[in-house]
Design a binder for this molecule. Sequence first.
Ligand SMILES: [Zn+2]
Length: 82
Amino acid sequence: MPRVPVMASASTSQGFSEPKGWAWDGGKRREPVLDTDFHPPHVVRHVGWRTCLKCAKPFFSVDVLAVRICDGCKGASTANLG
Ligand SMILES: [Zn+2]
């Protein structure tokens, strides 16, 4: 069973309630990531499937609003930034 890749970033998973990945659903489902340091918890972002803006392949986005291209295309574009 393939693992869903997790982006390495400044924020840790500690204090966050992050939903587990699920199978491709056509890009409909969205699940909130909650910051449980707040009461009630804050929704910090949403995860879910979407299609890559560049290659149109489905991928699991850790932030459906901010991450709109797949890892392959992202790697290609950031490589140009040096
Ligand atoms: Zn792509």
